[in-house]
Design a protein around this ligand. Structure first.
Ligand code: DI6
Ligand code: FE
Length: 409
C-alpha cells in the first residue's frame, strides 16, 4: 500500500486512551487515517513509502477539535441586554419582556440567506483558526416555517462549501414565539411535530433534534411529544436541560437515549445515574455560566464518579455566550469547573464526538477514522489551553488535506 501522505516525527496525543509515544507517524489514504505507529515498523508491515512525506519536527499532534454545541447562525447582537444585566436585570426578566432569544429571532428573520451565509462563514473561519475541525450548528432563531428552513439551508450550504465539518441540529423548540403567532406552547409544539419537523426530514436539512427544557421555554411533556416525533422520523435527540433550574428534563432525554444533555448546572445525582444507563454524554457550557454570572456549578465530581463522559462546548450565541473561541472555553472549564488539562482536551475531542453521535468517524486518532488532526507549536498539551487568546501556531489537516497553516511545516 502507498499512502497519499505520511506524517512522521510527531508526538501523538491520540485521545484514544493510549499513552503518547515519541517519534510517531500517521499514514493518510483517501482522506482517512489509515495507519498510525512507529515509522520503523513501516518496513515490517511491507508498507511502501508515500507520495508525500512530511517531517513533523517532533511537534505535538492532537485530533481536530470539535465544538459540539453552537448557535452560530444569528443576526444582530445583544450588547444592550448585557448593559441591562450589568445594571441588575436578570436573563429571565429580559426574556419575559420580549427581549432575550426573541430579540435575536426578530433580527434573524429579517436577515437574508446570503447575509447569514456570510456571517456563518466568517465565524467558522474564526473557529478553524483555533484548530476546530468540526462544528455543530443549531437552528432556533427562526421559529417559524420559513425562517427555520432558511437557517438549516444556510447550515447545509456551509457544510457543502467549507472544509470544516458541520453537524446541523434542528432547535425549533428553542422558545415559543409571541402569543400573536401561537395561542399556546402546546399549539407551537404541535406545529413543530406535524409540519416543520417532517419538512426538515423531507428536505434532509438536519442531523439531530434539540429542545430547551426550562421555565422560559418548554416543559417535559412538551419535550416528550417532540422527541417521540423526532425518533419516529429517525433523528437522534439532545436537550438543553437543568441550566437555570431543575426541570427534570434529563429524565425525558434519557428515556429517548439522547446523545447528549447540555448545561446541567442543576442536575441531580439520580439523573446522572440515568444518563449512565442511556449512554448520554454531559455537555458542559462554561461560557454561559460565566457570562450569566451563575452561582451553581455543574457537579463535575458526580459525572466522574458515575463515569459519564464530559464534553465541553462554546454554546456560541449572542445572549448567554458571545464567545467564539473553543480554546477560551477549555480554559474556563479548567479554571471555573476544575477539569484537568487531559479532561478538557478529551472534552473537545473524543467526548465531543460522542455528544454528536460521531465517535466512529472523528474525535480520536485511530486507523479508520477521518484524517482530521492539528499539529501544534507547543511542547505539551497544557500549553494549548492555559492561556486566553494565545492561539498557538498550527497546521490543520481535514480529510487528509492541509486547510490552514501558520506553522509552515
Ligand atoms: N440556552 C442558552 O444558553 C442559549 N439557548 C439556550 O437554550 C441562549 C440563547 C440566547 O439567549 O439567545
Ligand atoms: Fe445552547
Amino acid at each position: 500500500m502507498i499512502f497519499d501522505s505520511l506524517w512522521t516525527n510527531l508526538q501523538i496525543e491520540s485521545m484514544d486512551g493510549s499513552k503518547k509515544i515519541k517519534n510517531d507517524s500517521i499514514g493518510v489514504k483517501n482522506g482517512k487515517l489509515s495507519w498510525i505507529g512507529k515509522k520503523n515498523d513501516l518496513s515490517k508491515l511491507k508498507l511502501k513509502s508515500s507520495n508525500k512525506i512530511v517531517d513533523g519536527k517532533n511537534k505535538l499532534v492532537t485530533p481536530g477539535l470539535i465544538d459540539c454545541h453552537t448557535h452560530l447562525l444569528f443576526s444582530g447582537n445583544r450588547a444592550n441586554e448585557f448593559e441591562m444585566r450589568q445594571k441588575g436585570a436578570t436573563y429571565e426578566e429580559i426574556s419575559k419582556k420580549g427581549g432575550g432569544i426573541m430579540s435575536t429571532v426578530r433580527a434573524t428573520r429579517n436577515a437574508t440567506e446570503e447575509e447569514l451565509y456570510k456571517l456563518g462563514k466568517h465565524r467558522l473561519e474564526q473557529f478553524l483558526s483555533e484548530g476546530v475541525t468540526t462544528v455543530e450548528i443549531k437552528s432556533g432563531y427562526g421559529l417559524d416555517f420559513e425562517s427555520e428552513i432558511k437557517l438549516l439551508k444556510v447550515a447545509t450550504r456551509l457544510q457543502k462549501d467549507l472544509s470544516i465539518r458541520i453537524q446541523r441540529t434542528f432547535l425549533g423548540a428553542h422558545v415559543c414565539p409571541q402569543k400573536s403567532e401561537y395561542k399556546s406552547k402546546d399549539e407551537y409544539i404541535d406545529f413543530l411535530c406535524n409540519t416543520l419537523l417532517p419538512e426538515v426530514k423531507k428536505q434532509k436539512l438536519a442531523d439531530a433534534v434539540d429542545g430547551f427544557c426550562e421555565k422560559i421555554a418548554f416543559n417535559t411533556a412538551q419535550i416528550e411529544k417532540l422527541f417521540k416525533k423526532a425518533k419516529e422520523l429517525g433523528f437522534p435527540v439532545k436537550l438543553h436541560a437543568e441550566q437555570l433550574s431543575n426541570q427534570n428534563g434529563v429524565s425525558i432525554a434519557a428515556k429517548f437515549n439522547a446523545i447528549s444533555v447540555d448545561h446541567l448546572e442543576h442536575i441531580s445525582e439520580d439523573s446522572i445515574k440515568k444518563m449512565k444507563k442511556s449512554r448520554t454524554t454531559a455537555v458542559l457550557l462554561p461560557g454561559a455560566y460565566y457570562f450569566l454570572k451563575e452561582k451553581q456549578k455543574p457537579p463535575v465530581d458526580l459525572f466522574r464518579k458515575h463515569k459519564v463522559p464530559i464534553a465541553i462546548a462554546t454554546d456560541f450565541n449572542p445572549g448567554t455566550s458571545p464567545i467564539n473561541s473553543l480554546l477560551t472555553i477549555c480554559n474556563m472549564a479548567q479554571v471555573l469547573f476544575g477539569l484537568t488539562t487531559q479532561e478538557s482536551l478529551r472534552a473537545v475531542t473524543k467526548n465531543a464526538a460522542l455528544a454528536l453521535g460521531k465517535d466512529k468517524e472523528i474525535g480520536t486518532l485511530e486507523a479508520g477514522k477521518n484524517a482530521d488532526f492539528v499539529i501544534w507549536d507547543v511542547e505539551s498539551i497544557s500549553e494549548i489551553s492555559y492561556g486566553i487568546n494565545l492561539n498557538p501556531k498550527k497546521t490543520i489537516v481535514i480529510n487528509g488535506r492541509v486547510v490552514y497553516d501558520t506553522l509552515g511545516i
